[in-house]
Design a protein around this ligand. Structure first.
Ligand SMILES: [Zn+2]
Length: 1004
């Protein structure tokens, strides 16, 4: 960290030093010949709360005869108190600009989940806009240096005349409300202002603006704000839903690209061949360039980029400091490790990612704001810190946002040849990756048993604009020699010590997918498919987000990192659209589909309403083919129906002559209730998204609905209660928000809030939680035979209300597993929950609860942490000798029953004696998967103190009454990244009334 900080400081000094030289850069100054819009300007001043909260760039508005100012739509100036425009109003203004000025062009870039439009606005000189396509073609050559045969001289010719694109995105986070008005005014300034400073930007580059990224969430936020304005004395409801699925995590989707907003911005960024993606946020006073932080930086970004971050960021600080604006800084608490942020689309596609945190009031009210000491403290990277207490307005925020952006644009334009060249160099270095740092390719074998999940992973890469190829014949690669383990000092066999391990080879069948690394977007493929290692000794002790994400592991598909460059010579063809084709291989009345834990099996069950499907409880053979446990046996479906149903699911159906002799049970389309709280909906939102994509229907109900329904079994077979998030406590789930004071917090559509509900849930008052009635209803549901599935914090909740006897949760002492990929091991493969899985399974874990089992009701696990004591008591003899007692013959000490960490501890005869607390074997918890041993726990990311959770149960099925509670310590459904563990949830759903299948009971 020290080295990094020193480097940054040197950079800072050198940048500041260059600026002081005065190299002919245009200073910000108005064009004296251009009239000023006095009325608008007066309002800017009125709404700016301190003279130093503005700059010479934005403390006036140039007048135009024909171009309307934002006032035309807003009824006031940008950033005015009390005014938050809907996305539609922002678009209306941008289209007015387009109509009035040849310097503005509006593009529709796609729709949101709820069908709202997303736009991008290009502002530049009319000439640049006229040449948009031709210029794009030039930029495309820099973006893909293969097209100019990696010819640096040709690149230089293009760099010398191409016009760069700087892409700005606003309000992805809906409660961060300032960007849309700031960007409306920014577009106006760029289109109208004739000052040399602005003219240079306009003529020299193309500014691309998406004023609202989270459009669905924006409209909800404006609703809430309007409700607040019309109920000024009341508390207003917190924004529980932003987009349809997730809230703040919409800025963690740039890996999985599961949300429309990510896809639309990614496509716009890649298609426009932009050099920068600059995302606007609000939280930190007053302007924090939150691009780089203090590390560790993502290992896959080009060092050229990390230098660019510092160049632009520190120059920003310098420029705004000179304007006298306090509280502008960069560096600070961020690590830039995870590539999940929207801005990282640029970092992973050879551009420049940037992010601002400006200061926002969560609406357009002007508020007295008091800061914490750490926010106003002067630090080495924040020499002119914010003030401890100020009156802060949305206009102040808009002044900072626009000033930061304008100085960035101007600096970028001044140095555009350098940045365009860097853009080319980063792309070129991506193309030359195989012979430089490697690898040469990633290979996904054609014989992977999970072709559906394999296709899903490849589709993510295709969304990321990664080229996928397919081998037309079988091929062999040489695998890298694994570094020999250090020989033991006392190794007797010197031969073994000296012989280096021989290189091995691996053969891949024809049809295997090859992701070549000699392509311009190899960087993102490498970042997603590679492994991550975050050292517990890293000076950064508070990772900002997940530390591991290896997609092959989390998707449960085979991915081989190939360094042998000969792989690039393999005969292959490009695949435009990867699809997992399903097939039925013959005629018959019974069809078998092998179970490989493919989520699409659940899709099939719900698709084939009328078919009867059974699951084989043991492996079997038929017609010379081997079928695994859990294999689907389908009747009452014609070949045509089946072919139609599986055509896109990557499943293979084989006719079998008769039902196999192994035991089977029905696989039914369970009626599912999906429960959410009114505390937070984001973490469960990823579960909804996964189920919707798989076509699994469910009723979406809140804990309040659960509290009102005393017969949940009448409607549902399975209740999913996914994680609430933020480690929600059981009491918070039961009590909800405080309701002993204050006013009801409605979440429903009203004249002031027409967009609030969308297709999600509604309530008259968000405050009540599950309540004790809800607890009783859940207990009754399980007692009467229902299946309740919980994960992470809801597992804690289920255990704390006694829904699953014999399992307890321990508190971690030192454990730190921060969004990591961990290893788990199959314990009970006969459980239907495990159908299709192998011995080893990788899973996502974020400090999951530590489960311990007990065979005695109400008892804690009683598991000692640390090594067991094996030494004998003090006495006569050597360590292995029996002791003696003077005056009587010696006795043998009876063996203590031994069990593994994840198991139900065996009972001693003492414990069994008249013990009504002993849980009968059939009622004891059944562990399906456990965490791997400590040494094998880490797959990707950070694990510190992992021995606290190592070997403990990760997925447990607890028979309760006539039903089951299925508890997860891992989070099996997360950010569209964990497809490999989806089937743990889906298997529970499909086998809800046969979960005891294959169960072996303890003797006592
Ligand atoms: Zn934000």
């Amino acid at each position: 960290m020290h080295i990094l900080r020193c480097l940054a400081l040197v950079l800072f000094l050198s940048v500041a030093g260059t600026a002081a030289l005065g190299d002919g850069e245009t200073a910000p100054a108005r064009d004296p010949k251009q009239p000023v819009d006095d009325a608008y300007t007066a309002k800017i001043h009125k709404y700016t709360t301190q003279p130093f909260f503005t700059s010479p760039l934005v403390d006036y508005l140039p007048a135009s005869k024909n171009v309307p100012t934002p006032e035309a739509v807003l009824g006031d100036v940008a950033g005015a108190p009390g005014i938050l425009p809907y996305a539609e109003d922002v678009y209306k203004y941008m289209r007015l600009l387009e109509k009035a000025s040849p310097r503005v062009k509006v593009f529709s870039i796609g729709k949101t989940e709820e069908g709202r439009e997303m736009i991008a606005v290009a502002v530049s000189s009319p000439e640049n806009l006229k040449n948009l396509e031709a210029n794009r073609a030039q930029l495309a050559k820099l973006a893909d240096p293969r097209t100019i045969k990696l010819d640096d001289a040709e690149a230089d010719r293009i760099v010398a005349q191409a016009v760069p694109v700087y892409y700005i995105t606003g309000t992805i986070h809906s409660p961060e409300t300032g960007a849309p008005t700031a960007l409306m005014e920014l577009a106006y300034r760029l289109a109208v202002d004739e000052s040399p400073y602005i003219r240079e930007i306009r003529d020299g580059m193309i500014t691309l603006i998406t004023p609202v990224v989270e459009v669905d969430g924006r409209d909800r936020m404006v609703d809430i704000y309007r409700w607040h304005l019309s109920h000024p004395k009341d508390f207003y409801p917190p924004l529980i839903y932003w987009g349809k699925y997730v809230a703040h995590d919409n800025n963690r989707d740039a890996m999985g690209v599961t949300l429309k907003l990510t896809e639309n911005v990614l496509n716009t960024y890649v298609d426009s061949k932009a050099q920068v993606l600059h995302d606007l946020h609000e939280s930190v006073p007053y302007l924090y360039d939150n691009t780089a932080g203090d590390g560790p930086f993502n290992a896959w970004v080009d060092p050229i980029l990390t230098d660019e971050w510092e160049m632009i960021g520190w120059r920003n600080v310098s420029d705004m400091t000179k304007f006298g604006m306090p509280g502008v800084f960069t560096h600070g608490v961020f690590d830039t490790w995870s590539p999940g942020y929207l801005m990282f689309i640029a970092a992973m596609h050879n551009g420049i990612s940037r992010l601002y945190e400006t200061f926002g009031n969560g609406g357009a009210d002007t508020l007295e704001r008091t800061l914490d000491q750490e926010e106003y403290a002067r630090t080495w990277y924040r020499q002119n810190p914010p003030l401890p207490k100020v009156l802060w307005s949305q206009r102040d925020n808009n002044n900072y946002e626009q000033t930061g952006l304008l100085t960035s644009l101007h600096y970028f334009n001044e140095n555009k040849r350098l940045f365009l060249k860097n853009f080319y160099l980063k792309a070129k270095r991506s193309v030359t990756k195989p012979s430089a740092e490697g690898p040469a390719a990633y290979v996904l074998p054609a014989d992977d048993p999970r072709l559906g999940s394999q296709a899903a992973l490849l589709q993510v890469l295709q969304k990321q604009a990664v080229e996928i190829s397919r081998a037309t014949s079988a091929f062999t690669v040489t695998l890298p020699v694994k570094k020999a383990a250090k020989p033991k000092k006392d190794a007797k066999d010197t031969k073994e010590k000296d012989t280096p391990p021989a290189p091995t080879t691996r053969q891949f069948p024809a049809g295997s997918y090859i992701i070549r690394m000699d392509q311009p977007y190899s960087r993102i493929a490498d970042a997603l498919l590679d492994y991550q290692y975050w050292s517990p000794d890293d000076p950064q002790k508070t990772p900002y987000d997940d530390t591991g994400w290896t997609f092959g592991e989390l998707f449960g598909v085979q991915v081989t990192r190939v360094t042998d460059t000969k792989v690039l010579d393999v005969a292959m063809e490009r695949v435009k659209d990867v699809r997992a084709l399903g097939a039925v291989s013959g005629e018959g009345t019974i069809f078998a589909i092998n179970n490989n834990a493919e989520p699409s099996l659940a899709t099939l069950r719900y698709k084939l309403h009328d078919a009867s499907i059974e699951a084989a409880e043991e492996p079997f053979e038929s017609g010379g083919k081997k079928f695994s446990r859990g294999t689907f046996l389908i009747r009452n479906a014609t070949r045509a129906q089946l072919t139609d149903a599986i055509s896109d699911l990557g499943l293979q159906a084989t006719p079998v002559s008769a039902m196999p002799s192994v035991k089977t049970h029905p696989v039914r389309a369970a009626r599912i209730a999906f429960v959410h709280t009114w505390l937070s909906t984001q973490t469960e939102g990823w579960w909804r998204l996964a189920l919707d994509n798989l076509g699994i229907p469910y009723d979406y109900i809140s804990t309040q609905t659960v509290s009102k329904n005393s017969d949940l079994n009448a409607k549902y077979d399975v209740i999913l209660f996914p994680p609430v998030g933020f480690f929600a406590s059981p009491t918070a789930i039961i009590n909800g928000l405080p309701s002993a004071w204050g006013n009801p917090l409605p979440w429903k559509n009203t004249p002031e809030t027409p967009n609030l509900v969308g297709k999600n849930d509604s309530t008259d008052d968000m405050r009540p939680g599950l309540g004790w009635e809800g607890v009783a209803n859940l207990q009754s549901f399980v007692a009467k035979g229902g299946v309740l599935l919980t994960a992470t914090d809801t597992s804690r909740f289920a255990l704390s209300i006694g829904l699953a006897d014999g399992v307890s949760v321990g508190n971690a002492q030192k454990m730190k597993i921060v969004g990591s990929v961990v290893g788990t091991r199959l314990v009970d493969g006969a459980s239907p929950i495990a159908y299709g899985y192998d011995e080893k399974l990788s899973a996502y874990c974020d400090n999951g609860p530590i489960f311990s089992l007990s065979s005695v009701s109400g008892a804690r696990g009683g598991r000692r942490l640390g090594a067991e004591s094996h030494t004998r008591p003090t006495g006569r003899g050597t360590m292995d000798d029996p002791d003696f007692t003077i005056g009587r013959p010696g006795v043998e000490v009876p063996d203590e029953p031994k069990s593994e960490i994840w198991e139900n501890p065996l009972l001693t005869d003492e414990q069994l004696h008249n013990n009504f607390r002993v849980i009968p074997p059939a009622n004891r918890a059944r562990v399906i998967f456990r965490y791997a041993d400590s040494k094998e726990l880490l797959i990707s990311g950070l694990i510190e103190g992992g021995d606290e959770i190592a070997q403990h149960a990760a997925v447990v099925d607890v028979p309760t009454g006539n039903g089951h509670v299925v508890l997860f310590s891992i989070n099996p459904v997360y950010r569209g990244e964990t497809r490999g563990t989806y089937s743990l949830v889906l298997n529970t759903i499909l086998n809800f009334d046969s979960l005891n299948a294959g169960r072996k009971l303890a003797e006592k």
